[in-house]
Design a protein around this ligand. Sequence first.
Ligand SMILES: Cc1cc2nc3c(=O)[nH]c(=O)nc-3n(C[C@H](O)[C@H](O)[C@H](O)COP(=O)(O)OP(=O)(O)OC[C@H]3O[C@@H](n4cnc5c(N)ncnc54)[C@H](O)[C@@H]3O)c2cc1C
Length: 316
Amino acid sequence: MKKVLLYIETAYAQDAIHLMEVARQLYKDAITQTYALVLNGDTSCVLGICDVVLNLVDDALHPFDQKGIGDVVTELYNRYHFDAILFLATPMGRCIAPAVAMSLGTGLVADVTRIAHGSEGLELIRPAYSGKIMAGIRITGDGPIMMSVRSGIFTYTPTHVVESTRITLEGLSYRYASITVTDRKEKKVPYDIRDSEVLISGGAGVHAMQDLEELATLLKGKVSASRAVVDQGKVSRAMQVGQSGKTVSPTLYIALGIHGAIQHVVGLKDVSYIISVNTNRNAPICSISDIVVEGDALTFVQGLVKRIKKGQQLCM
Ligand SMILES: Cc1cc2nc3c(=O)[nH]c(=O)nc-3n(C[C@H](O)[C@H](O)[C@H](O)COP(=O)(O)OP(=O)(O)OC[C@H]3O[C@@H](n4cnc5c(N)ncnc54)[C@H](O)[C@@H]3O)c2cc1C
């Protein structure tokens, strides 16, 4: 029997459930026992889904306590000997997973987007060079398979209700971090990008996403983004257009500093008009655009804002 630990980060619990699909694909021909680790959180999201729900309640263990959480996962490995340990590739998942891999002396594959079982064994696929190529990493050795998984790629649909065993964790030894989080500001999005007729969309070529707001307001539109910007933590995932984001059909889509990777472009459905601004006139987005502006995205935005305001003044 294969044992798989899923780290359920409270803030991303609904996304983390889909790690179940990763576990299923990893060991599709074996009986698998799934363990969900929930720290100071509501376990209801995994009850009935995972076989074992490990709950650690300790208010002093903060959700950003990378060292402490890493210690907990390592201790749990020593207790249960998992075959695989899965994290979601959230900012915290990306911090904790390498620390655990180091202490277990095993490898880690980050940002996994696909699992392949080839003639030479298991291969974990992940994007490399900003998604320009896909790298396949072959798994060898005896250590637990460790990975962080990109959210929005794997989808798990429960087929039956599992009778989960609940275990309240006690007697673990772990360190507390010396960092205290005193304030936290959520990047909440008060709109749905799918409802907007005009989208001003920023990519990695835009350094300050807030500079797009004024243009969006003037054109009665909203700001959206490519995954590169979302992954940098600059905007909320709710604003992402594309395969693992949202499919949008605005009348006007202004793509600023967006390369036009296939995973982005598939999110553009029945868009009436695309304007792209890019320093590289050969970027793939240009070939599907009605108007291509070769140049700096923010210079274009500032110029357009100026012109619209001038036009408004003339009309008054
Ligand atoms: C399974 C999977 C799912 C994915 N899902 C999505 C998804 O849903 N949505 C998504 O967007 N991506 C998705 N991706 C990622 C995708 O492959 C690309 O990595 C991503 O779209 C790149 O974003 P970008 O175009 O903003 O950045 P980059 O590829 O880095 O391109 C930046 C562009 O900006 C231009 N540029 C640079 N400086 C300037 C400037 N000053 N002014 C103007 N232009 C400039 C560059 O010439 C370049 O064309 C997914 C990838 C995988 C593997």
